[in-house]
Design a protein around this ligand. Structure first.
Ligand code: NAD
Length: 304
């Protein structure tokens, strides 16, 4: 099986550097027309320059691909909407959106300024919401769309000093879960990437040996699969250093406590069984949990 993107139109945000650049080059190399979105600027989101996006567009064109640059800020919904209209006017469709733009403003929660918390949520979460909203109707109309959100192990598992970033990155998983359900009828598949790569975002945090192994290019094949015609949906794909894994959110079977035991002490007494992961399962819709609880309670009460 060969994965190609001929005739497909892709938007990649934060594509002027690091992971986004690698994804944009990878898509273009396999035939996609690519919109390289990047406002430039520093890791903390300060400053800005059109140069970052333009340079990657040049790289794509030099390799024989088709691309254009947009130096918009993903927090600006009007600009994002105008860009999507521009893409439709030029190329007639939008098949792929890779939400990748991101910044860091790390502090312990004790020292965190609300402005830095909001700014990080704004770029990662609302930036992804804006870009997705701007292409959603087009993808519904086309009955085809592939969307990737970029999460992080910080959001999935926690990382000291990243309450703002972790909250934003975990929120993207919630957004994926819902959009997967809402997009299914129109073959819009929505997935999440949790990458680990050597970029300017991480170069201070890792040893030279680790940085050597964690090249952004080792992650891009996973993204290309997630936005391909054979993509899964509602998958959290973790990738780094050539390793690919999947994060799955599961729930333990649970324990029914009858009225006599339904006290804080009862929950404490049964907590080992409540949290027993030997019988966990993956629930793929919120109501599956309600159904399970009601079924378990009804069984205990002898109700059909
Ligand atoms: P990077 O700093 O090299 O790239 C991020 C790009 O996003 C930059 O080019 C930047 O200019 C752009 N950008 C930032 N804010 C923007 C905005 N408001 N509008 C438009 N563009 C904007 O960092 P990276 O490591 O390549 O990160 C890419 C994504 O991967 C981010 O979402 C990041 O949180 C995520 N991530 C990275 C790692 C890692 O190990 N590098 C780990 C987990 C998650």
């Amino acid at each position: 099986m060969s994965i190609r993107f001929d005739g497909r139109v892709a938007i990649v945000t934060g594509a002027g550097a690091g992971l986004g650049r690698s994804h944009a080059l990878g898509l273009a190399e396999r035939g996609a027309k690519v919109v390289v979105v990047d406002r430039g600027g520093a890791v903390d989101g300060s400053g800005g320059s059109a140069y970052a996006a333009e340079r990657v567009v040049e790289e794509i064109r030099d390799a024989g691909g088709e691309a254009f640059a947009s130096a918009l800020d993903v927090t600006d919904f009007a600009a994002v909407t105008a860009m999507a209209q521009d893409v439709l006017a030029r190329w007639g469709r939008i098949d792929i959106l890779v939400n990748n733009a991101g910044i860091l403003r790390d502090r312990t929660f004790a020292k965190m300024e609300m402005e830095d918390f909001r700014k990080v949520l704004d770029v990662h979460l609302m930036g992804s919401v804006h870009c997705t909203k701007a292409v959603w109707e087009t993808m519904r109309r086309q009955n085809y769309g592939r969307i990737v959100f970029t999460s992080s192990s910080s959001g999935l598992y926690g990382n000291f000093g990243q309450s703002n970033y972790g909250a934003a990155k975990a929120a993207l998983v919630g957004l994926m879960n819902v959009l997967h359900l809402e997009g299914r009828k129109h073959d819009i598949r929505v997935n999440t990437l949790a990458p680990t790569a050597a970029t300017r975002m991480t170069e201070q945090l890792m040893s030279p040996q680790a940085l050597q192994l964690l090249r952004p290019e080792s992650i891009t094949p996973g993204v290309l699969y997630l936005v391909s015609e054979v993509a899964p949906s509602r998958t959290i794909l973790c990738a780094g250093a050539g390793v690919f894994a999947q994060t799955v959110i599961t729930e333990t079977e649970g324990v029914y406590l009858d009225e006599a035991e339904r006290t804080p002490e009862g929950v404490a007494a049964h907590f080992a069984a409540i949290s027993d992961t030997s019988n966990e399962s993956e629930l793929t819709e919120a109501f599956h949990q309600t159904d399970k609880f009601v079924r378990m309670a009804a069984q205990h009460k002898g109700i059909d």
